[in-house]
Unconditional design. Sequence first.
Length: 57
Amino acid sequence: MDTISLDADGNHVRIAGDRVDGVSEADQAAMQEYRRIMQRGAGVIASLHDQVPMRLG
């Protein structure tokens, strides 16, 4: 599902996956890099999900 940020001047921003419309090319590239980093972090968390936490102390 797309996310839309409305602007009073009509300069709306639409985010659909790693695609962003209504922003500069630099911001589009930054969004793709951000999603790549977040996906990698989500993969790490997912791999730890079924593990028993280590014993402290």
